[in-house]
Ligand binder design. Sequence first.
Ligand SMILES: CCCC(=O)SCCNC(=O)CCNC(=O)[C@H](O)C(C)(C)COP(=O)(O)OP(=O)(O)OC[C@H]1O[C@@H](n2cnc3c(N)ncnc32)[C@H](O)[C@@H]1OP(=O)(O)O
Length: 300
Amino acid sequence: MVISMWKNLLQTTKERILQQRRMSVYNQAHGYEEELVKKQLQQFAGGSINLTKEDSGIGILTLNNPKIMNAFTGTMMLELQERVTELENWKDGKGLIIYGAGNTFCSGSDLKVVKAISNSQDGMNMCMFMQNTLTRLMRLPLITVALVQGKAIGGGAELTTACDFRLMTPGSEIRFVHKLMGLVPGWGGGARLVRIVGSRAALKLLSGATRVDPERALHLGLSEETLSSSDEAGALEEARAWLSQYTEGPASVIQATKEMVAAGRELLLEAALRTEKDIFGTLWGGPANLQALATRPKHK
Ligand SMILES: CCCC(=O)SCCNC(=O)CCNC(=O)[C@H](O)C(C)(C)COP(=O)(O)OP(=O)(O)OC[C@H]1O[C@@H](n2cnc3c(N)ncnc32)[C@H](O)[C@@H]1OP(=O)(O)O
């Protein structure tokens, strides 16, 4: 009886954590009609977002539209949302690497789309759609890495900030060019950049539309490491090796660790502490915990 009550409580807690993770920033209360936005984005076709799930628990998400430097068409925005949903449900997942096809990361929104939806209402709809998707990406229970080769420009630079970490290859650059287009970031990249590099550095990067090379990115804490390979296969292999340092061990523990850090990053302290307690409760006395106690009681 007590055990079954405990299991029910644990299940409810897990569902609450899952709901929090999938919560959208915008919904109908904000005048956001997702189905209408999706219909509109569907009109701008091209490119794809591909996902491979490796046995190691690392997923590889490819931005695939190399003819226009992996700029996001409407259908790529829709596919990104679908892939994020798939990743939210990946029980064995631990990490994710996002990279661009053809040795370059992403040059933001497809300028054809930008021009076609240059009225205020359509722009706001695209902005809300992408913020919802990138917020869910940021909250994935996976350790995420943007592998920046070539250029990450505009919305591409914003996408890198939705990842936990950025790794850059020699000669690559991250650049928030929005100011030069008479804009500010709209995919959530402004708010996230402030949290990553601080408000002073963020203000400089945004108002100067500054090219951030690997050395400067390291100095700012925007990038973790400059990889040695510039070619796709070599850089991917290095990124996998880098990420694997943090994805060793059971998926349940890696996912809980990421969820706890995401709560600490986003919530006020008391709410973050309560979330930490909830997440702790999903692991304590669970299979990974019991096995560790039985086989590895010391950490020499
Ligand atoms: C809230 C979202 C905000 C946004 O993301 S708005 C979009 C921001 N992005 C941009 O303005 C990027 C515009 N593109 C550029 O500045 C340059 O193409 C870029 C990325 C610096 C690369 O320069 P290069 O290396 O010299 O290469 P290139 O210019 O010859 O480009 C190769 C082909 O790709 C195309 N391309 C690059 N970025 C694009 C984009 N965002 N939308 C549509 N097409 C784009 C470019 O036109 C060129 O195609 P083509 O060879 O002329 O047919």
